[in-house]
Design a protein around this ligand. Structure first.
Ligand code: 0WE
Length: 260
């Protein structure tokens, strides 16, 4: 009997088979979950549909998280398909590429607002819209990064957005806990996804991570998927408002070990 048997929910943020959302989808599906997916635009729809269908998706809908009407329409479709949902996976972030480069102090007002709206407010917007759709015992999950808590070169406005996202997890946990609903974040080590491609210095950051982290390797979407499975399952029934690092221990290091 799978850990997610009888559980239904939504995954936002699948782009391709390198996506962290794909690692999460595979783990939840393996344990019996019924999953609905969203996409933004026709290019992503063409990538998302075959992946979602390969896991027997029962719902595939457009959802731009900056659009309240699209969020409302998604939740209407989810209600019609699932009745209630037991999990909601938020794997969405965006900042202008030119703000993920150089000094943070060059961040523009428009770039700041865009990054915070897409990458942080969207979680609150989705939870608000899903409020009466979430079943008792439901689990919400989002993705963060260490740049929320410590300065990571070039991460810039995304670090500020992830800090707001993590604080949103705390406040939402307080709101939802009385209804038996949990919300957590996974702070993953760097992974070569679409969101990481073309980032200045990502390759060297990725390589350095494997050299410095206690586990001496990079994190995979399977690592993140299995942790997401745990947090979404009833095994994590008393865990809420938590940011769980899936980073091979990288975040505990103060300086690199002298051996390699
Ligand atoms: O959160 C992220 C990625 C966020 C992201 C990535 C992009 C690339 C393309 C947000 N918006 C965009 N916009 C684009 O146009 N990560 C944790 C991966 C990541 O992104 C970095 C990193 C790491 C690690 C950016 C700079 C430095 C390190």
């Amino acid at each position: 009997m799978g850990l997610m048997e009888g559980k239904k929910g939504l995954i936002l943020g699948l782009a391709n088979d390198h996506s962290i959302a794909w690692g999460i989808a595979q783990a939840l599906h393996r344990e019996g979950a019924e999953i609905g997916y969203t996409y933004v635009g026709e290019t992503l729809e063409r990538r998302v549909r075959p992946l979602a269908e390969s896991l027997g998706a029962t719902l595939i809908e457009p959802c731009d998280v900056n659009n309240d009407e699209q969020i409302a329409a998604l939740m209407d479709r989810a209600r019609a398909t699932f009745g209630q949902i037991d999990f909601l996976i938020h794997a969405v972030a965006y900042a202008n590429k030119d703000e993920l480069n150089g000094p943070y102090l060059r961040t523009t007002r428009a770039g700041f607002l865009l990054a915070l709206e897409v990458s942080a407010y969207s979680l609150t917007a989705l939870v608000k819209a899903a409020e009466d759709l979430l079943a008792p015992g439901a689990s919400i999950l989002t993705l963060s990064y260490h740049g929320a808590r410590k300065v990571m070169p070039n991460y810039n406005v995304m670090g500020v957005a992830k800090a707001a996202l993590e604080a949103s997890v705390y406040y939402l946990a307080a709101d939802l806990g009385p209804r038996g609903i949990r919300i957590n974040a996974i702070s993953a080590g760097p992974i070569r996804t679409l969101a990481a491609s073309g980032i200045t210095g990502f390759r060297s950051l990725h390589r350095a991570f494997a050299e410095v982290s206690p586990m001496r390797r990079n994190v995979t979407i399977e690592d993140v998927g299995n942790t997401a499975l745990y947090l979404c399952s009833d095994l994590a029934s008393s865990i809420t408002g938590e940011v769980l690092y899936v980073d091979g221990g990288f975040n505990v290091m103060g300086a690199p070990s002298s051996d390699s």
